[in-house]
Design a binder for this molecule. Sequence first.
Ligand SMILES: [Fe+2]
Ligand SMILES: [Fe+2]
Ligand SMILES: [Fe+2]
Length: 386
Amino acid sequence: MVMIQMSLDHSAEQAHCRRTAALAVELGRRAGVAAPPLVRAALLHHSLEPLSHASGLDRLAWHVVGGDDARRIADIVQVCNLVDEQLEALEFEYKEVEIILQEIQSFPAFEGFDPALVEHLREMRCQQFPGELELPVETGAARLVFRTLREPRDYEVRELEAVALRDPVLTGSLLGVANSALYGRGRAVSSVGRAIAAIGVIAARKVMLASAMRPLFASAGLASIWSHSLSSAPLCAALGSHTGLLSSEEGLVLGLVHDIGAVALQFLPRETLVTHRNLVEGGCPAAYVERLLLGRDHGEIGAGLIAGWHFPKEFIEAVRFHHQPERCSSKLASLAYLAEFWSGRDEDLPSFGRVDACLARVGLAIETLMDMGSQDSTLRALKAVA
Ligand SMILES: [Fe+2]
Ligand SMILES: [Fe+2]
Ligand SMILES: [Fe+2]
């Protein structure tokens, strides 16, 4: 047990050092300091010296770099170290990033530091990301399907058919799934009505809900989020019906839309996109980077988007806070957090405290969560034909 705790602590510390290094490289780029010594100092800043005071980092920087740049490198690493610690602490006390940047300057560890370093961190942040977002991609099918098929009730073939015939994406998906290895056992189906009858209205509604989202995730950079959404949907459905918080149909919808805010990120200004990519590639989780650069994560952005699609308020809150469920009273946000956690996509800093709190909030044992699968044969068939 002690060994496990030690290795968990060690890997958390390593992850912190990697994030500090990624931040230091970005800050250094703006402060005119080369990356390699910053990376070395950041990765070693817990290994060679006691951390929390500046003189320790100064000595570390002398040790790994030497020369005139040592003090500057120590300062950059220390600023990034403080920022990462504060971002890690958001689960205990939420603060705006601007408040964090102001507060760290009053920390004893910041004494004697150049305030311009904090200014460089501010320069990294995106100034032009709009408060209200309209996606500049085709959302017609998604709006149509979520408006007409979101309700958990019995649908008739002709109702689904009427919706499917209004969009070629929906038509193609239904025909593709009906003729797939899962369902296509006789002659090929070539009409939408027959396709729905062949796979059944429950599966057909699933296919339509999921395939309506597909065009939004069409760009190459979003393929993994699309695949993750298809895995999260059955997880949310299972969690929803097990806890009694949602019908499995509603859970499916929540899983499909929970990360829709990530679609908006591809429309960030180019400079912000580059910084975003560098930090993620450097080991910072996506939601952490979004909070740092935009002041909000893809949950908040997605909530704004589905609000425009007239989703119920509790769904909007669940999407908004699915990475920070402690910031709201919605049990659905905790449910979405657990689905996010159990899907294993690592979109945010890991937090066993949040997992525990969410399990308690929705009344679920960890063993039950561990038994939940993310496989749905109809959605798998859709993935194969899309
Ligand atoms: Fe540190
Ligand atoms: Fe997410
Ligand atoms: Fe997610």
